[in-house]
Design a protein around this ligand. Structure first.
Ligand code: DGT
Ligand code: CA
Ligand code: CA
Ligand code: ZN
Length: 581
């Protein structure tokens, strides 16, 4: 687990408490800045913490921050921050975690409204008690209530983007334990769901106590919930449960199939087995001899158990990749042959430079794309209405276009397109005039504001952008943030049909906070034959690695390479792009 992220969270929280308790802005900003630096640091900070000088060598980290970081790495706490926590009611920290509530609002709610925790906030909103507090209109309060209820509903499910790195680290650690011959993560994580309830890990080992101990004694384990010969469960500090199951190497495939699920898929497979006079369970696929006692306890040889593929084959049904083992019936069983894969992606068509809110220079961005062997890169900084994202005025955009075209001349192994991520305003108009749009090679149109619009308005708004002759793709169409913001709820079937009719693509934004389009909307698009781009929306180099989350979601939606412009050869992609000019 990354101590960078934990440290960043501690600094972020400290900054919030400082702001709530009225510390001066200079101090608040300094602490916030350290949090941001920690979050963006490309390397693990823990090894550096042995030496204060090493820490202070990091740009933006001073002596007192360095001391705090060292203390945290060595002891797991930061005394000064603990004292700080004691200066506010303990429940106020959870109020800060309500999506959309920042320290400024929390300060007002506490001082003027007597709010001390989420429960008191909720009851005071419901009783109308907070309505005469400055800046707390009825609508703002209703939004806060919405956010509380939304986070209560999503509670307990971790975003895929947080869970996958944890699972990969666990697998790496446990695979080094004695006797481990096979290991994999299973469950909803392997199916690539956008959020996961817990992490399921499967191990075959000749010395089961060894991987079990490797898990229970691992740093970052908050509590061992259960520990036995075949199953161990722990809860991590990161706030997620891990289920470890130890199985026999000979039936690892059957166990993997079973624990990957989904439950419904398992039920379907079992019924198929029964219809073929066989029995399927987590130990294997067995001939059905009519006995009630489980076949594996009677020494019956399985028909297949070693691999998932062998089991699908013995059942005479096509192999389904884990991402498709949900919401499929016998009639739509078959997996498309050219499902999108990470390797099939040849272009990045939505990303940012430091001209708007990214950190990469234009050349640094181009470097990232070339390193991945992409044939095309579209640079899409924000448009003028996205003020908080440093969106480009018309004047700056025109200069930017020129700089991008100039850069394109310098490279013959990649086509660099001058694009823009243009805001779709609340009424459906775009943020630049047509004559400006005409000068761009590539236009992503995205909603960024008014994301609580009623569904009918949202549909009309997005339709206008889809129908616009110069728009190539609708970026993150709903604007939702997983576990944080519901976003627009347009009529997707209407949008998908219009997008197909106008040869406009819909984006599957790969950022694990977004995954927007979501899986079932990708599926709608894929079934309708609508184009879906998969882009990372990179703001920093590491964001290019987010592609895998978009791919998982795309595969869950059955998206083929044929419908994903990022997978096309350069000539075909450029032809489609020009058709909108
Ligand atoms: P989650 O953790 O809520 O995101 O979802 P899953 O799918 O990972 O569910 P989980 O962790 O409860 O169980 C992992 C897999 O084990 C599940 O996908 C299918 C299998 N499984 C667990 N319980 C049952 C069951 O009662 N019946 C069947 N057929 N399969 C089960
Ligand atoms: Ca699970
Ligand atoms: Ca589980
Ligand atoms: Zn963007």
């Amino acid at each position: 687990m990354s101590s960078n992220r934990e440290l960043a969270t501690r600094f972020q929280e400290a900054a919030a408490i400082l702001e709530i308790t009225g510390a001066n802005a200079f101090r608040v900003n300094a602490v916030t800045k350290v949090a941001r630096i920690l979050e963006d640091l490309p390397t693990e900070i823990a090894p550096l913490a042995e030496d204060l000088k090493g820490l202070q060598a990091i740009d933006g980290i001073g002596k007192s921050s360095a001391e705090k970081i060292k203390q945290f790495v060595e002891t797991g706490t930061i005394e000064e921050f603990d004292t700080l926590r004691d200066s506010i009611p303990p429940g106020l920290i959870q109020v800060l975690e309500v999506p959309g509530l920042g320290p400024k609002t929390v300060k007002v709610l506490w001082e003027k409204g007597g709010v001390v925790d989420v429960a008191s906030l909720k009851s005071k909103i419901e009783s109308g008690e907070l309505e005469n507090i400055p800046r707390m209109g009825k609508k703002t309060l209703a939004n806060i209530l919405d956010a509380i209820e939304f986070s209560e509903r999503s509670q307990g499910r971790m975003r895929l983007g947080d869970a996958l790195p944890l699972a990969e680290a666990l697998v790496a650690r446990l695979s080094n334990a004695r006797g481990v011959t096979r290991i994999a993560y299973a469950g909803s994580l392997r199916r690539g769901r956008e959020t996961i309830g817990d992490i399921d890990i499967l191990v075959a080992s000749s010395a089961p106590e060894s991987p079990t101990r490797a898990l229970t004694e691992m740093p970052g384990v908050e509590k061992v919930l259960l520990s036995g010969d075949t199953k161990t469960s722990v809860r991590l500090d990161a706030g997620v449960q891990v289920d470890l199951r130890i199985v026999e190497e000979s039936n690892f495939g059957a166990a993997l199939l079973y624990f990957t699920g989904s439950k419904e898929h398992n039920v379907m497979l079992r019924e198929i087995a029964i219809a073929k006079s066989m029995r399927l369970n987590e130990y294997g696929l067995f001939p059905d001899d009519g006995e009630t006692e489980p076949p594996q306890t009677r020494g019956i040889e399985p028909v297949a158990a070693d691999t998932e593929q062998a089991i699908y084959e013995a059942l005479e049904v096509g192999y389904l990749p884990p991402e498709l083992r949900e919401n499929r019936s016998a009639s739509d069983w078959a997996a498309p042959e050219d499902l999108v894969t990470t390797r099939s992606i040849k272009a990045e068509l939505h990303c940012h430079t430091n001209a708007s809110d990214g950190v990469m220079t234009l050349d640094a961005l181009i470097d990232q794309a070339r390193k991945r062997g992409f044939h095309t890169l579209a640079v899409t900084d924000h448009s003028k209405s996205s003020v908080q994202a440093n969106g480009l005025s018309v004047e700056r955009l025109l200069e930017h276009i020129e700089a991008i075209h100039e850069a394109n001349e310098r490279f013959d192994d990649i086509t660099v397109l001058a694009g823009s991520e243009v805001d779709i305003l609340a009424d459906g108009r775009l943020d630049y005039d047509d004559e400006i749009l005409q000068r761009l090679d590539w236009v992503v149109a995205s909603p960024h504001s008014s994301l609580r619009q009623d569904p009918k308005k949202a549909t009309e708004r997005l339709l206008m952008a889809i129908e616009h002759p110069m728009v190539h793709v609708i970026g993150h169409p709903t604007g939702r943030l997983i576990n944080e913001r519901e976003g627009l709820a347009p009529d997707m079937a209407t949008l998908v049909a219009a997008a197909k009719a106008h040869d406009t693509a819909l984006e599957l934004n790969a950022n694990p906070w977004r995954l927007d389009l979501r899986d079932r909307h990708v599926r709608l698009a894929a079934e309708a034959g609508t184009l879906v781009t998969i882009d990372t929306d990179a703001h920093k180099p590491a964001d290019f690695e987010l592609l895998k989350f978009g791919i998982l979601t795309g595969r869950r939606g059955g998206l083929t390479q044929a419908l994903c412009p990022n997978c096309w050869e350069a000539e075909r992609l450029h032809g489609w792009i020009r058709s909108k000019r």
